[in-house]
Design a protein around this ligand. Sequence first.
Ligand SMILES: Nc1ncnc2c1ncn2[C@@H]1O[C@H](COP(=O)(O)OP(=O)(O)O)[C@@H](O)[C@H]1O
Ligand SMILES: [Mg+2]
Length: 278
Amino acid sequence: MIGASLSDAQMQSAPLTDPTGATAPSLIEAHGLVKVFGGLRAVDNMSIAVRKGEMVGLIGPNGAGKTTLFNLLAGSLAPTHGTITLGGTDVTRHGPDRRIRHGVGRTFQIPRPFAQMTVLENVLAGGQNQTGERMWANLLRPARVAREERALVAKARALLDFVTLSALENQPARTLSGGQRKLLELARILMADPQAILLDEPAAGVNPSLLELIIGRILDLNRAGTSILLIEHNMDAVARLCSRVVVMAAGRHLAAGSPAEITRDPAVVDAYLGGAPA
Ligand SMILES: Nc1ncnc2c1ncn2[C@@H]1O[C@H](COP(=O)(O)OP(=O)(O)O)[C@@H](O)[C@H]1O
Ligand SMILES: [Mg+2]
């Protein structure tokens, strides 16, 4: 399926065939998504599917509707029209917390850590769903709760090690650089063991050495089986990470294909030249 665009009909006939001929079910599937803000159709009839283990790039000029599409997929915004299924379950009306329980985590274009909390506490906050509903357990089984809490701290520390922020675990998050905040967000969402992650411009504003680290960690996660949908303006990073790229312009699906096909598609080149500079 690499290099071909996914029609709505193809996405409905899941499971889809991957390039090796094996079938991989769609983890994330959205059909006919529309989001209207006042008079603006920020997302206008978008359909997209991400299969298990796949890494898909989502590109398009500024204002194309990419972040709004993420907000719809992650449940931060309700669509005006359309449906979203995660792992085969219709989650169109579910909020972000229930989507996290269905295995989908997301990062923000501009990370918003809890500024006063430490780096470690921020990562622990990503496991909140596991520690919720704790009140009665605390009263009834304090030893077990303490054991579980120690396990969560150990997991948070292992994730900080994965994103190379261990040395900063006791620093307030506000002291981190932009690139370090992106790494912190990654560690935070991994606390919930997501099967799929939505990454909104993980490379934007990141210095070159941290950029290599972030790309490496994204590849590690994908190789370990995590499905990834990635918004990114850095085409070099997209080409290294993604076998399939979907292009949006003015809220709509414009093109899809391999990074090489996309970069030589005249409609894509036009959309970038006609729109705001990326
Ligand atoms: N909450 C909102 N209210 C009104 N307009 C919005 C809102 N969020 C995004 N928009 C508008 O929707 C369009 C798409 O924005 P966005 O999804 O952020 O694009 P991208 O991420 O591709 O740059 C833009 O014109 C933007 O101004
Ligand atoms: Mg955006």
